[in-house]
Structure formats: C-alpha cells, structure tokens
Design a binder for this molecule. Structure first.
Ligand code: ATP
Ligand code: MG
Length: 558
C-alpha cells in the first residue's frame, strides 16, 4: 500500500496501521491553544500533523484548543489560521474548536457520573492540593469521594446552572489517589469559572479540563493518531482512561515526540508574550521573534521552514538545534530563488576625478550568476558613487585586496579604479575618496585585459534610493534562554541595528526577497515599508558568520 520508507518512528506506526488495515484513512489534528502566536516549535507539529495525513491521502483538523477562557482571544485565532496557511497547509472545512464540543463533553461527563466514576468534590483548591500527596507519598481520598450518584448528578447539574461560585465545587474522575502517576490521582474534569468564552459566548460557567476535552475531541473527530509532545507522555494513561470509560465510536491513539528547541531562542508562548507585553520587541511579528509571523516578516520562505523541520526529524530525544541549521535552509532556498542586486549599507562617497561630469553609463548586470534565466538589468554608473566603508582601509595589510591609498579594485559590472586620495574631516575620519578610473576596463566590453584581485559593490549617488535597513542578530546571548533563570538577563542588546543604506534604483519597487551582493538576503519590511520610506530587513547573512567567528576564535587560541 505504501512503498515509501518511513522516515521516523511515527510514520512507521502510521504506515503499519494502514498496511495492517487497522485504519483505512489517517486522520490527524493540529490543536493549538489560541493564547499566543505560533512559533518555530509549532512548525514541527504542523508539518508532522498535516504532513503525514497528506502523504497518506488522509485528513487533518485544525482544532483550536480553547478550554481556558480569559487567556484566549480571536486575535490569536486569526493569527494561527494565517500562519498555518502561509506554511502551506490547508484544513479545508475542518476548522474546529474544543468549544464546539462543550455540549457533548457535558453529556459525556454526566455519563461518567452515572457510571459512578466521577464525583463532585467540595474541597477548596488548597485542600485538594494537600490531599494530592507527593511523588513519594500517596494521596488521600477526599471526604466527598463517596457521594451517591444522585447527589453527584444534582450537584453537577447545579454547577452547570450557575448556582455556585468559582472554586466551590469541582468534578473529578474517581481513579486512584495512590497511583504513582500524579495525573491519575482523581484529576479534575470540570471547574467552575464565571467568565465568558471567546468562541462560546456566555453560555458556560463550567469548563472542561484539557486532558478530558482533548482526548474526547480527538474521539469525536475520528482522529486516528493524536500526535503531541513528550510532556504529555504521563497524561496518556488518563487519555486512555476516559476512552475506556466512555467507549466512543472512534478510539484515537496518542503518540508523543520530543519538542523542537532552537538555540538562542525561546519557544514558550508565555515567555514570548512577556517579550511583547513588556515592549522588548515591537510585537508578535517582530522579525527577531521565533514566531511564524516574525519569521514570515523577516523574509524566511515557508519552504525553508518545512525543510528545516524535515532535517531536524521526529524523535523522542530532546533537541536543541543550532540556529545555523535553520539559516542554512533559508540560504538554500533563497540561493536559488532570490535575484541579485547591489546595495551599500554603510556608504562612503567616492569621486572619479577623471570621469566626465554629468555622464551616465548603463552597465549590464546579471540577475543571477548561477542561472541565466534570471536575465540582466541595467545599472546607472556616474562620477560620484557610494561604496561600503569597510571596503576601504587607510593602513591596509598586504593581503587587503579592496581599496587602499594607491591601490586598485574593480567596481562590479563597472571599471577598475585607483584610489588617489582620502579626504578627512576635522576629526580625522575619512569622509570621501578621490579616485580615477581606467576607461579601457569596462566590464564585458573593455579592451584591457588587466586584472585586479578585489571586486566591490557600489551605487551611483545620483541614482541611489535611500533605505533604512534593519540588521538582526540573535535576540538572546545565551544558547538556551529557555533554561535561563531570568530570560531578561540574557537578552542581546545588539539584536537590532538600523543603517541608512543606498540601494540600486531597481530596489525601489522590488517585492520579492533579493540578495544584496556580498551582504546577504534582504526583503522589504511588510509592515513599515511605504512608497516614500523604504525599509528592508536582512533575512540572513550570506554565510554563517557565527561559525566563522567561532573558527577564528579557535584558531587564535590554538
Ligand atoms: P507553549 O508551551 O509555547 O504554550 P504549547 O505546547 O502549550 O506551547 P499548544 O498551542 O498547546 O502550545 O501547542 C499545539 C501543538 O503544538 C501541541 O500538539 C504541542 O505538542 C505542539 N508543540 C508545541 N510546542 C512545540 C515544540 N517546541 N516542538 C514541537 N511541537 C510543539
Ligand atoms: Mg499546550
């Protein structure tokens, strides 16, 4: 039936279930709680849930797991939908909410009471905690544990009807207060909360607990494989217990895999929310955020994210993946798809003293050195140009092949020039270079076969477009800020640098990601760029500059 080799243990289980005929069709769900924006960890879950179903001709539900009113909002619901679509997945008509099942969940809870396996407890939250025991000590039964079915039914119905205040009663499963698994010590099924629900309105004042709502929603939807992260492993006996008691028509199977953690980032919605609420970042979609919306605004292509989680793989082992692995995927995709352009991030003016004033030549430039299909464009060249400040060095070492006093360099797609004089301001800083060009060396058509070692990029002063370019670095200085005692203490103060750049004219109207030659990949900022003010984001540098720095540090030591 399936001749593809499964690439992970979950696909193996799923393919086997199809092979053996246990299931004719695979049905999965991706169940985010709408209490924040989705992040890079969720990309892994989305690609797995939607991916395995799509590969086997199955179906996937996007289920908003909204059992916690107060923390959830329609803003988050919309963001989740946008993000899943943008990643390339489609739930078609299968958008559901745990709250869609509140009526059924209530009916099923009545059934548990009638079966004598659920009871209304009237201990306070504090007393319930005291009765629960510890990992080494068994719990104690609540004095209300042996209420009759009739009394429990009456109290539960009155909980539903709103006769009690928050915390006065709670519906609990009657399992085993001595279980070594704390989740099995009579866990709560329903609690009273007089608070309206963002999707269900004000109909309810009792809300089901996650463990109960989740497994039963899986059953109602006919989910075959309920894939979740490892922290739910200890909850699986409870997941199965509800199914055993209620015997729904479909019986889902929960399978756990390890969370994806990315070095130098946080993957907890709660902490990401704190960064937003405290104004540490500009919003959930700040391009430094590991949220899907942040990565989208940063310019990461969805294909790169899908490839990233595919390479990371689905396992049961804890993972802290290098940022470099994600950036490599981004470069791999953009290397093929992004046209090349020229831009100067930290401009230094040069004047070609022997170039006629007022003359403009149009230089032909390849749009992609590796792919002629991208075609060419014309770059205006004139007497006054911008080059990168660090492409000039006054006291340059012998091996510096860019511009230095008396030295020569080729301007990409232009001429070979020589630096004759550096002009300085009163502080001794170089503010302009006087250069001369060799008219016989025009790229492509020049008559001279003179060669120089260095080639640098440039922009014509009269034609360049001004832009504010945002250069991003890691948000944290610690490789594992998730584990930091206080993540505020490991924030990277240099995570955003803004430079006033000069762009070649064609960039005024570009709408795709491009490579600024020698600098990296960039795109227009979808939120702040306007017709009159150009704002670009650096998506990623050309090479892993961190790896290079580490290598240099090692060489210096060794
Ligand atoms: P957070 O702790 O950030 O709130 P969560 O797990 O509580 O994350 P949910 O909205 O409940 O967030 O997650 C939806 C689904 O995504 C769940 O099935 C969860 O297991 C999965 N998921 C969440 N974080 C990760 C991660 N880092 N790696 C892989 N899957 C994840
Ligand atoms: Mg969760």
């Amino acid at each position: 039936m399936n001749d593809i080799e499964p690439r992970d243990f979950i696909r193996k289980i799923i393919y086997d279930d199809l092979e053996s005929g246990k299931h004719a069709e695979i049905v999965t769900r991706f169940p985010p709680e709408p209490n924040g924006y989705l992040h890079v960890g969720h990309v892994m879950a989305i690609c797995l849930d939607f991916g395995v179903a799509a590969e086997t001709g199955g179906r996937t539900f996007l289920r908003l797991d909204d059992t916690n009113p107060g923390k959830e909002s329609p803003e988050f619901v919309e963001a989740i939908k946008d993000d899943v679509h943008w990643l390339g997945f489609d739930w078609e008509d299968r958008l559901t909410h745990a709250s869609d099942y509140f009526d059924r969940l209530y009916e099923s809870a009545i059934q548990l009471v009638e079966q004598g396996v659920a009871y209304v407890d009237s201990l306070s939250a504090e007393e319930i905690r005291e009765h629960r025991g510890t990992l080494t000590e068994s719990g104690r039964n609540s004095p209300y544990r042996d209420r009759s079915v009739e009394e429990n039914l009456d109290l539960f119905r009155r909980m539903y009807a709103g006769e009690f205040g928050d915390g006065e009663h709670v519906l609990r499963a009657k399992i085993d207060m001595a279980s070594p698994n704390m989740n099995m010590r009579d866990p709560a099924i329903y609690r009273i909360r007089h608070i309206p629900h963002q999707n269900a309105g004000d109909k309810w004042c009792i809300y089901p607990m996650y463990d109960y709502a989740h497994g039963m929603s899986d059953a109602y939807e006919g989910i075959t494989h309920s894939l979740c992260t490892l922290e739910f492993e200890d909850h699986r006996p409870l997941y199965d217990w509800f199914l055993d008691q209620l015997q729904p028509e479909h019986r889902p199977r929960q399978i756990e895999f390890s969370r994806l953690n990315l070095a130098y980032t946080i993957t907890s919605k709660r902490k990401l929310k704190a960064l937003v609420d405290e104004g540490v970042v500009s919003g959930w979609n700040d391009p430094r955020m590991p949220t899907i919306s942040g990565m989208r605004r940063r310019g990461y292509p969805p294909a790169a994210l899908r490839e990233f989680v595919k390479r990371a793989g689905v396992t049961k082992k804890d993972k802290l993946i290098e940022m470099g692995a994600l950036e490599t995927c981004v470069r791999d995709v953009l290397g093929e798809t992004a046209p090349r352009r020229m831009a100067v991030l930290r401009p230094l003016k040069i004047v070609l003293t022997n170039y006629p004033e007022g003359q403009v030549e149009l230089m032909e430039a390849m749009n992609h050195p590796g792919n002629p299909d991208f075609g060419t464009r014309e770059l205006p060249f004139s007497r006054e140009l911008w080059i990168e400040q660090d492409d000039f060095m006054e006291d340059a070492p012998r091996k510096f092949f860019r511009l230095k006093p008396g030295g020569e360099v080729r301007l990409r797609f232009g001429y070979i020039i020589r630096c004759d004089e550096a002009i300085k301001n009163d502080d001794g800083e170089v503010v302009e270079l006087r250069c001369s060009y060799d008219p016989d060396t025009r790229s492509g058509t020049g008559t001279s076969d003179r060669k120089v070692k260095g080639t640098i990029h440039w922009a014509s002063c009269a034609h360049a477009v001004d832009a504010s370019v945002r250069l991003y670095d890691r948000l944290f200085t610690d490789a594992n800020p998730n584990a930091a005692e206080d993540f505020h203490k490991v924030l990277n103060p240099g995570s955003l640098e803004i430079v006033a750049a000069k762009l070649e004219p064609s960039l005024a109207s570009v709408d795709e990601a491009v490579q600024f030659e020698r600098l990296g990949y960039f795109c227009r900022d979808s939120a702040d760029d306007t017709v009159s003010t150009h704002v670009f984001n650096r998506i990623v540098t050309l090479r892993d500059s961190w790896a290079k720095l580490e290598k240099q540090a090692m060489q210096q030591q060794g």
